[in-house]
Design a protein around this ligand. Structure first.
Ligand SMILES: Nc1ncnc2c1ncn2[C@@H]1O[C@H](COP(=O)(O)OP(=O)(O)O)[C@@H](O)[C@H]1O
Ligand SMILES: Nc1ccn([C@H]2C[C@H](O)[C@@H](COP(=O)(O)OP(=O)(O)O)O2)c(=O)n1
Length: 670
């Protein structure tokens, strides 16, 4: 996951390959609650691991469920519809997870304990009054702790004998279908008699109700449905665990990759995007996004649990769609509309206004930043396509809304070749923590940005480069470590850095069984991180690095580090030889005295004893060798910016480099 303040997605030109998507949020949280209310143990396969499922699991654990996770499988032992009596008041924090807040409100109101349910500030702006009203009609005792009609809530113990089960329970269906889902999931707890629920107003998002009914049936509860207005939970309904249950991949998450297949072609101009984990026969309503994507021109093939999508019509065909049945996935259409042959309109989407943020306003604002003309109203949005000269590079605000972040990544395919900056990209953790990594695994960029930091030993290159990479979410190449490992391999093979061994050492370098994990360097599985950091190893590295065949052998390996979304590379010849087209090159120096002192401190702190004088003379010898060798000597690239950090702190050096980088970016302010 990217935990950076922003993520710059370079202009993307194509995409092809296979993605496996995480489990559906809607199915995951429903299954968890049903398994928690059932008796016995349910093994849940392919559960989504995200913020929203984590808050649900924390709540269920607090209620006394046994939860045991192993890889992508989770075993949950339910409470059999009953809480242990006499527990203390339980405060439950549910973040911004509507799929936890709504059903838990209903279930806990009927379970009998005392609870306080709260969430993040946005959760306290998301309406829940219609659900609370329905539960109150029934005899449940729920108080608002803040604004009436909104969380946080206080739930008091209920007297099951006093529940009013004779009259139908009436609930509004036109604000959020989650209220009805919550009642359907929870009311079997009270089904001494038949319980009838009547929907008031036109029910929105019906496919989500279908998921609810489908999963209730898996847990032994056969709800009778008359149209979309009346639902009956039969007397004596009891949750019974199905034993094993598989969670389909999230169809809403699939929408970004279906769109990707419709927009992008592969390197050969005809490859497709294959999506695994969900097929066209999915129980999730958002799978009908496929129909909309087809209408816009996508070619979609499907089989059991897979989809295969490729570009059909181009530009995409404009669409005018009642998107009430796919409210979440329809946001993706709003970005696809930028690539269409005319204005596209999405209608009947008033529910967007009460989601993680006001999604109609959010989409309109951010699409306008890209240069688009957008009209919107209480329940619709109309997006005009963008011609090449109209596109602007924008910093996209994401409003703590995962779907805004994910769908705007598709703007990186703009024909103007502009990058897109996504602010607070970590909001995707709500449903798809590795969304951007998954996108980058199939996307191709004509130019992956590189920042080079070259300079003499102990100038602080490694420290600076690693931190800049971390702050930008870029990959990091410590090229010196490759020469250090080659030096070590040379020693172990009983060779020395002489011309007569050059070919053998180069062969070793070309086949180094090298892995970088969690800041460690592994050579054939052995952790050599400390061994390659000694001054002797630095000297060996400097010696092998003078051999042209060794440098040639390491070239391709270094260039393979250049991957989306970008790279920061440090060394001696990053800017001159390995990445001559890098967008920013920094030549980092500090006085020899300063560098010797820094290295001295560094080695002492690692418990390695040495003297300042010997360090300084080693360092000067190494500088001389690195600068005077015939191939790729240490020297600033012609277009490098010089940074002498003798008088700068580490933070000041980082700020300087980030400022230079920012100056090169085309983004307009957020
Ligand atoms: N600007 C700076 N001011 C003071 N010390 C620094 C600065 N930059 C790096 N250092 C310290 O100098 C030492 C050597 O830095 P390092 O990044 O290993 O250098 P290099 O990769 O160039 O050999 C480290 O202990 C680091 O914390
Ligand atoms: N791109 C590079 C990186 C390192 N080298 C050589 C020259 C250096 O003295 C050694 C060790 O590099 P490294 O960056 O690890 O050394 P310092 O941390 O700066 O002391 O490798 C090189 O020739 N080209």
């Amino acid at each position: 996951m990217f935990s950076t303040a922003f993520l710059d997605i370079p202009a993307l030109a194509g995409a092809s390959g296979t993605v496996r998507l995480p489990g559906s949020k809607s199915i995951s949280n429903r299954v968890l609650l049903l398994a928690a209310l059932a008796s016995g143990t349910t093994t849940v396969h392919d559960l989504l691991d995200s913020d929203d499922t984590r808050v649900m699991l924390d709540a269920l654990r607090a209620l006394g469920c046994g939860i045991d996770a192993a890889g992508s499988t989770l075993r949950i032992t339910g409470i059999g519809g009953q809480l242990k009596p006499g527990g203390p008041m339980l405060p439950l924090f549910l973040g911004n997870a509507g799929t936890a807040m709504r059903p838990l409100t209903a279930a806990l109101s009927l379970l009998g304990g005392e609870f306080e349910l709260s969430g993040v500030p946005r959760m306290h702006e998301r309406p829940i009054g219609d659900l609370v009203d329905a539960l109150t009609q029934l005899g449940c005792r729920i108080d608002y702790l803040g604004n009436p009609g909104y969380p946080p809530l206080r739930i008091r113990p209920v007297d099951h004998g006093a529940l009013v089960l004779d009259a139908p329970i009436r609930v509004r269906g036109d604000v959020s279908s989650q209220f009805l889902t919550a009642l359907l999931l929870a009311l079997p707890l009270a089904a001494r008699k038949d319980i009838v629920i009547e929907v008031v107003g036109e029910l929105i998002s019906k496919p989500y109700i279908e998921i609810t009914l489908n999963l209730l049936a898996r847990f032994g509860i056969a709800v009778q449905r008359e149209g979309w207005e009346r639902f009956t939970i039969p007397a004596g309904s009891r949750y019974s665990s199905p034993g094993d249950i598989h969670v389909e991949a999230d169809a809403s998450s699939a929408s970004y990759f279906i769109a990707l297949g419709a927009i992008a072609t592969g390197a050969s101009g005809q490859d497709s995007i294959r999506i695994e984990g969900v097929g066209a026969d999915s129980i999730q309503g958002d799978i009908r996004f496929i129909e909309a994507a087809r209408q816009m021109g996508a070619q979609v093939d499907s089989g059991p649990n897979w989809l295969d999508v490729r570009r059909g019509a181009w530009p995409l065909k404009a669409i005018d769609l009642d998107a009430n049945h796919i409210p979440d996935a329809a946001m993706t259409l709003a970005v696809m509309a930028l690539y269409a042959d005319g204005p596209s309109t999405l209608r009947n989407i008033a529910s967007w206004r009460v989601k993680e943020t006001d999604r109609i306003d959010a989409m309109a604002n951010e699409l306008r930043k890209l240069g688009a003309t957008v009209d919107s109203g209480p329940d619709f949005i109309r997006v005009h396509p963008l011609e090449r000269p109209g596109w602007q590079a924008a910093s996209i605000r994401t409003y703590d809304d995962h779907r805004v972040a994910m769908c705007f990544s598709l703007a990186a395919f703009n024909p103007a070749g502009l990058p897109v900056r996504i602010l607070e990209p970590h909001c995707v953790a709500k449903t798809f923590p590795d969304y951007f990594e998954t996108l980058f695994s199939v996307a191709q960029a004509p130019e992956v940005p590189v920042i080079c930091i070259d300079g003499p030993t102990a100038s602080g290159k490694g420290t600076l480069a690693a931190e800049v990479a971390r702050l930008l979410g870029y990959h990091y190449l410590d090229s010196g470590s490759l020469y250090r490992v080659t030096g070590l391999a040379m020693r172990r093979a009983g060779l020395s850095a002489e011309p007569q061994h050059e070919a053998q050492i180069a062969a070793l370098a070309a086949a180094l069984p090298l892995h970088f994990t969690e800041g460690k360097v592994l050579l054939a599985g052995e952790d050599v991180s400390d061994e390659i950091r000694t001054e002797a190893a630095g000297m060996d590295a400097s010696r092998v690095s003078t051999l042209p065949a060794v440098r040639a052998a390491l070239l391709a390996l270094q260039q393979r580090f250049r991957q989306l979304p970008g790279l920061v590379a440090d060394g001696r010849d990053m800017g001159t030889v390995i990445f001559p087209d890098a967008a920013l090159k920094v030549f980092l120096t500090a006085s020899a005295a300063q560098r010797a002192e820094r290295r001295h401190k560094q080695l002492i702190s690692k418990g390695i004893s040495t003297t300042l004088d010997s360090l300084r003379s080693d360092l000067e010898a190494r500088d001389a060798r690195d600068s005077s060798r015939s191939v790729a000597p240490l020297k600033p690239a012609q277009d490098a910016r010089h940074l002498d950090n003798s008088q700068l702190s580490i933070e000041q050096s980082i700020d300087q480099v980030l400022n230079w980088w920012q100056e090169k970016q085309p983004f307009k302010p957020a």
